[in-house]
Write a protein that binds this ligand. Structure first.
Ligand code: ADP
Length: 399
């Protein structure tokens, strides 16, 4: 069975068509600038040249129609007709407390996702637009939604509640939700396979370090703590997000810089993090490059980030009462040997030590801990699309 995985943003759409026998993508692609001037679809068949198609793409209906046309195109398509697509899996950012797992799309489910719009005003509306477009263009093809938040719904109340009046949790659902759940779930399952141990027996600390970063404490395959919160702003210092702050800083900056609520929101999400600290870039490759050339603020930004990650690993080791493995994943976690080294350096109390030679390996699943490390250190390339496809496959084939 082929499964089409769709990840709709407000002005972009990423897709992959996966063959569930081989678990490999047959094609992938990206639509950019939806609803803007200069819209473009970049389509990459697994066994062929990439195709760039420019057209007016005013909305998600048109974007998805173009994706479907590209998939069946006689020159660069990968299937003969749409009947070869067995199901669609959609990434949805926020499932609130309603959705603790992936589900088959029904009218009630769409309504449930719409009810969560208040919690993710930028993300859930385009996700819903993608679902509705597929319903229209591929009638009868089952669709499944996979939520970024669902994996963390196993967190106990003492982990997800903030120190604010309980009535505000009841009234506005203000609590920790956590994000990157699909990635944390995928790498934790891969970790169990790599360690050749049942996931039920494992205590794992999963570090998804990319442009957005989060850490999860995973016990017996379930998330029991994570660093992102009510929104993805909480936790680690990120590419452009500030992460944890003394909450008083928010009102202080608003007064000093004369910022509105939207202004301070934008500031904390777009102008802070390692971008704000380094003054160089939000991209860790640029920051590492600048630090190598002697830029002190760039080095400081890297040090702040590594220190943050180390603090979270320590606190999650406490929450888990030890850890069998620390997992590194996503752009930075998978690729930056120096960042991994800085983070793990000094975690001897946990029994984690990196083998410098193994730490150099890139692009594959590898245990980079020394032979006598009590806590393993795993580098696992994440694959959220495959995880979405696998969940979609399981749900579609259940009934
Ligand atoms: P997101 O999905 O959140 O946009 P990614 O998981 O793609 O993020 O990670 C992007 C980040 O990973 C960027 O900051 C990028 O600089 C960093 N990154 C990618 N490759 C490397 C590398 N070789 N060395 C250091 N950082 C890297």
């Amino acid at each position: 069975m082929n499964i089409l995985v769709i990840n709709c943003g407000s002005s972009s759409l990423k897709y992959q068509l996966l063959d569930m026998e081989t678990k490999n993508p047959v094609a992938k692609g990206l639509v950019e600038r939806i609803g803007m001037v200069g819209s473009v679809l970049t389509h990459r068949p697994a066994n062929g040249e990439k195709e760039i198609i420019t057209a007016e793409i005013p909305n998600h209906d048109v974007a998805i129609q173009m994706v479907l046309d590209a998939l069946v195109n006689s020159e660069y398509g990968v299937v003969k007709d749409l009947s070869e697509i067995g199901a669609v899996g959609h990434r949805v950012v926020h499932g609130g407390e309603k959705f603790a797992s992936s589900v088959l799309v029904t009218d009630e489910v769409v309504k449930g996702i719409e009810d969560c719009i208040e919690l993710a005003p930028l993300h859930n509306p385009p996700n819903v637009a993608g679902i509705k477009a597929c319903q229209k263009l591929m009638p009868g093809v089952p669709e499944v939604v996979v939520f970024d938040t669902a994996f963390h719904q196993t967190m106990p109340a003492h982990a997800y509640l903030y120190g604010i009046p309980y009535e505000l949790y009841e009234k506005y659902k203000i609590r920790k939700y956590g994000f990157h759940g699909t990635s944390h779930k995928y790498v934790s399952q891969r970790a169990a396979a790599m360690l050749n141990r049942p996931i039920e027996d494992l205590k794992l600390i999963s570090c998804h370090l990319g442009n957005g970063s989060s850490i999860a404490a995973i016990k017996g395959g379930e998330s029991i703590e994570t660093s992102m919160g009510f929104t993805p702003l909480e936790g680690l210092t990120m590419g452009t997000r500030c992460g944890d702050l003394d909450p008083s800083i928010v009102s202080f900056i608003m007064r000093k810089e004369n910022l509105t609520t939207d202004g301070v929101d934008n500031f904390m999400n777009k102008q802070c993090g390692v971008l704000g600290l380094s003054g160089v870039s939000s991209d860790f490759r640029d920051i590492e490059g600048a630090a190598d050339e002697g830029n002190k603020r760039a080095q400081l930004a890297l040090d702040v980030f590594a220190h943050d990650v180390k603090k979270y690993i320590g606190s999650y080791a406490a929450v888990l009462d030890g850890a069998d493995a620390i997992i590194f994943t996503a752009g930075l976690g998978e690729n930056s040997a120096s960042m991994r080294e800085n983070i793990v350096k000094g975690l001897s109390y946990l029994g984690a030590e990196i083998d410098p030679e193994k730490n150099k390996v890139r692009g594959e699943e590898i245990d980079i801990a020394t032979a006598d490390s009590n806590c393993r250190v795993l580098v696992i390339p994440t694959n959220e699309e495959l995880m979405i496809a696998m969940e979609t496959y399981d749900i579609v084939n259940q009934g």
